[in-house]
Write a protein that binds this ligand. Structure first.
Ligand SMILES: Cc1cc2nc3c(=O)[nH]c(=O)nc-3n(C[C@H](O)[C@H](O)[C@H](O)COP(=O)(O)OP(=O)(O)OC[C@H]3O[C@@H](n4cnc5c(N)ncnc54)[C@H](O)[C@@H]3O)c2cc1C
Length: 394
């Protein structure tokens, strides 16, 4: 956004400031590969400062609170910033403390997350010497970011243990609050079949109540127990705490956002981008990317006093690593579920929607380069931000 806005707005009239508490940028899709030793630190970590364009202020500090009535941001160091317009893009993060028993003695010993860099590295170290047992992947609650990442994790785990020669000693369980492998029928069928093919046990409708770390089991609200030797968990996800302190969000600290214009439903000079919103689509980087075109157009319209004409369609697009050098791809929006077909060129592809192919895997591999070199620099990608039905089998 800063790259696009700096080019579009007169420097004498408009100051742009980015506030971020963390000087480091993580390529989050890459965290998935760290537990299996496929990626290292250099693949996923870069300083944010290298991506901030000239003419944009960059403040490394925590936002403590926002007063939207006064158009003022309060930082942890006592500094205040006044704004004419604000884009909130503070994402979502894991909150293991929300589940009783999760942060006990076993956290970091036999219980790990892979949604943080430190969690992914600790899991990599653990897996180096693990000799097998029950591997339980659990999704604590909906919504969580990147809905396909937990599936990718168990697919890659299957490959990892096969190659290590201990797959027969590992039982893999995929426990989810959903009633199947995914949310929509066609993708649920395709991904559910893949789980079965790889001998991964799907445990649906599992709403995590607590973790009994001492006896190494997770317990659902309806009293089911699942014993583990290794638990990899996607803990409760929540938006930033300052949203709660500023009374700007819902129970999970997500900001109520118009799903088409991407403007806050309450404040006309605030736009919301990415995981921080309550949009009824995936919390995913692809969504943040596609919706940035709409935020850009509508912010410029607001500045110029014009009606907001750009409309977001909920477009989401995710490569899914399925293991053994193959991958799948889903492309969908608010109204259209993931469908089979070809992408982006109808009939040609090269990528196959809801197919399990080598070229889809290469798409995911290539994406890391595109992320660092094109996406973060605000360059255009050869992909439309609106979802297209062309190439999809209806
Ligand atoms: C393991 C994993 C795999 C993933 N794979 C994919 C994938 O394949 N495809 C895909 O599309 N998406 C994927 N995602 C999801 C994707 O990374 C996120 O959806 C995306 O990064 C969201 O962007 P965002 O800008 O909304 O939030 P973030 O990228 O999380 O950025 C939020 C920023 O806000 C800052 N911040 C938060 N609170 C404060 C505060 N109080 N003060 C100051 N700064 C603050 C943070 O430091 C951070 O820099 C994956 C995520 C994970 C964890």
């Amino acid at each position: 956004m800063a790259n696009k806005l700096r080019k579009a707005l007169d420097r004498e009239q408009w100051e742009i400031t980015i506030v971020d508490k963390d000087p480091v940028h993580y390529y989050q899709p890459g965290l998935l590969f760290i537990p299996f030793g496929i990626y290292g630190k250099q693949d996923v970590v870069k300083p944010k400062a290298s991506f901030i364009p000239a003419g944009v202020n960059f403040i490394i500090n925590e936002i403590e609170r926002v007063d939207p009535a006064k158009n003022r941001v309060y930082l942890a160091n006592g500094q205040t910033l006044d704004y004419d317009f604000m884009i909130v893009s503070t994402g979502t993060s894991i909150r293991p403390e929300e589940t009783p028993g999760l942060l006990g003695n076993e956290w970091g010993k036999s219980i790990f997350d892979f949604y943080t860099f430190n969690g992914a590295v600790a899991l990599q170290n653990f897996l180096k010497s693990w000799e097998g047992g029950n591997l339980v992947l659990n999704i604590a609650e909906m919504p969580y970011k990147c809905p396909v990442a937990p599936l990718e994790f168990v697919f890659l785990a299957d490959e990892f243990f096969v190659k290590k020669g201990i797959r027969d000693k590992v039982n893999i369980f995929y426990s989810t609050p959903l009633s199947g492998a995914f949310t929509k029928p066609k993708a649920t069928k395709m991904l559910g079949d893949l789980l079965q093919e790889k001998n991964i046990n799907l445990i649906p409708d599992f709403y995590l109540e607590r973790v009994d770390a001492e006896n190494k089991k997770i317990i659902s609200y309806d009293g089911r127990e699942l014993p583990f030797d290794l638990l990899t968990i996607i803990p409760v996800n929540k938006g930033a705490d300052f949203i709660e302190r500023s009374s700007m969000g819902d129970d999970l600290n997500y900001i109520s956002t118009d799903k088409y214009t991407l403007r806050s439903e309450k404040w006309s000079n605030i736009f919301v981008l990415g995981d921080a919103s309550n949009l009824p689509t995936s919390k995913a980087g692809s969504v943040a990317h596609f919706s940035s075109d709409v935020v850009f157009d509508n912010l410029i319209s607001s500045i110029e006093g014009r009606p907001l004409m750009a409309k977001f369609d909920g477009h989401s697009n995710c490569y899914i690593e399925t293991g053994f050098g193959k991958g799948s791809l889903i492309d969908f929006n608010y109204d259209t579920e993931p469908l089979p077909g070809t992408y982006p060129v109808p009939g040609i592809g090269p990528f196959g929607l809801l197919k399990n192919t080598r070229i889809n895997h290469y798409g995911k591999v290539m994406f890391r380069w595109m992320y660092w070199h094109l996406l973060l620099k605000g360059k255009e990608l050869p992909v439309d931000s609106q979802m297209s039905l062309i190439g999809k089998e209806l």
